[in-house]
Write a protein that binds this ligand. Structure first.
Ligand code: GLN
Length: 486
């Protein structure tokens, strides 16, 4: 048995039944990393020593037979945007290359408290700005399905590590698509929660009004289980409301007879990949066979969403990046003489091109005289997009769309054309602006490359999209397909 290939649910069962230990499981992941991560390059930092100590501790707890939390002894890969106490956390930026946080992000803390095993920190686009992981300040990650292609981004390391079985699940963040799109490109299941469902405390902020925490699993059941472990109110993040956390594992077992699924016409557009369209329509047909009702809907402001996002995001970025000033923490070029020179030179050498681009666009959009024309206008569009979804959800329970217009593209293909890269976010950004939840699940292969369908749900209604995704995976096998790593 290749332990690293187990799903979370299988691994939990095996640990409880003492078929293997957490140390075995952890070692299997590190062996896989040793074999394949030289090529895939998903990890920035390995945490081997601590991980094995955590695994030993988990094995002791299992042996004691006390009540066992679900994530006990299970190895996880964490996007390097999360602060991890005592473990280097870079945001994939040179400006934080040697930064070791004195505290844990809340999501990480919850996993640690359950006795989770933290394998290491995985790659991303610098501070989560990008859609291919090529904007990492260190190196690009490759797609395990085709090493000439990107894994998607910004949580590309999290998706690639999981697709290559170098962990059992992984944490990511999604501001405009950063979990859903890499999940689609790498053939795994990925959840972007409703804004506020999971605490953002201790996760480096990119666009504070859009950032959400989420995760990747080998199937939807795993995704549901992880959510039940990390969701909920956090006194350290005032955007987490006191909304009850559902019993996701129970909810997903209900059938989907009579569920109304909307198919928005604006998501099946000219210029999208034909096979992607066909695979999504085939998934819709499958849902229909399972008893759901497919309803044609319209989300009329969809085409304005990208433009609004690429004003709002850089605006908030320009403010959030101000904390990296070369004085407080991180890279500091102290040889420069004046304070202003230290600021300038630390930021000049610490930030990559995309981060600088967004700081400049955002500073411009927020400057007096331009604010009304750009930022305020974008916020109005955001409201329209949100109202589109609110209206649609009056008549449907869930919305089905493609996650991305194409399968994974080649490394280097879009990187020199930011606009082209931004346009790839066309199907994920509207839901981010609306603050609703979204799940990407594999629905087939296009020329050997995974394609994901996006299931969008009402605010705090993760249970419905998880249920639909899980029920779909009971009657299909697309989520079981694996890349052929050699
Ligand atoms: N690709 C989008 C961007 O570049 C989304 C990134 C994200 O969700 N973090 O901003």
């Amino acid at each position: 048995m290749e332990l690293n290939k187990l799903t979370l649910t299988e691994a939990i069962k095996g640990l409880r039944e003492k078929q293997f230990t957490s140390v075995d499981l952890t070692n299997a992941c590190f062996e896989q990393i040793e074999k394949f991560d030289g090529e895939v390059k998903s990890y920035i930092t390995l945490n081997k020593e601590e991980a094995l100590a955590q695994a030993e501790e988990a094995d002791r707890k299992i042996a004691s037979g006390d009540e066992l939390p679900p994530l006990l002894g299970i190895p996880v890969a964490v996007k390097d945007l999360f602060c991890t106490k005592g473990l280097r956390s870079t945001g994939a930026s040179k400006i934080l290359e040697n930064y070791v946080p004195p505290f844990d992000a809340t999501a990480v803390k919850k996993i640690r408290e359950q006795g989770g095993v933290i394998l290491g920190k995985v790659n991303l686009d610098e501070f989560a700005m990008g859609g291919s992981t090529e904007n990492s300040g260190f190196f690009p990650t490759k797609n395990p399905w085709d090493l000439d292609r990107v894994p998607g981004g910004s949580s590309g390391g999290s998706a690639a590590a999981l697709a290559a079985d170098m962990c059992l699940y992984s944490l990511g963040t999604d501001t405009g698509g950063s979990i859903r799109q890499p999940a689609s490109f790498c053939g795994v299941s990925g959840l972007k929660v409703t804004y506020g469902r999971v605490s953002r405390y201790g996760v480096m902020a990119m666009t504070s009004s859009l950032d959400t925490i989420g995760h990747f699993g080998k199937n939807v059941e795993d995704v549901a289980l992880i959510l039940s472990c990390i969701a909920g109110k956090d006194p350290l993040d005032s955007t987490t409301p006191d909304e009850p956390v559902d019993d996701y594992l129970k909810e997903i077992n209900k059938d989907i007879k009579g569920l109304k699924i909307g198919l928005p016409k604006e998501y099946f557009i000219e210029g999208m990949d034909e096979s992607v369209r066909d695979l999504i329509l085939a998934a819709a047909k499958k849902f229909e066979e399972m008893g759901a009702e497919i309803v044609d809907i319209s989300l009329p402001h969809t085409d304005l969403a990208i433009a609004a996002y690429y004003v709002i995001c850089p605006s908030e970025v320009s403010s959030n990046m101000a904390r990296y000033d070369g004085m407080r923490y991180g890279l500091s070029n102290r040889d420069d003489k004046t304070l202003e020179e230290i600021y300038n030179s630390s930021r000049e050498s610490g930030f990559g091109a995309e981060v600088k681009r967004r700081i400049m666009i955002g500073t411009y959009a927020l400057s007096s005289g331009y604010y009304d024309a750009y930022y305020k206008q974008a916020m109005k569009v955001r409201t329209l997009v949100r109202e589109d979804f609110d209206k649609a959800f009056e008549s449907v329970d869930m919305i089905l769309t493609p996650t991305a217009p194409t399968p994974a593209f080649k490394l280097g293909e879009n990187i020199s054309d930011p606009l082209k890269m931004y346009l790839g976010d066309v199907f994920t950004i509207p839901a981010s602006l609306a603050g609703i939840c979204g799940l990407s699940i594999p629905v087939g292969l296009d020329n050997g490359l995974p394609v994901g369908a996006q299931l969008l749900g009402k605010r705090f209604d993760e249970k419905t999209i998880l249920r639909a995704g899980h029920q779909y995976q009971q009657v299909t096998d697309f989520h079981k397909a694996k890349p052929d790593l050699k």
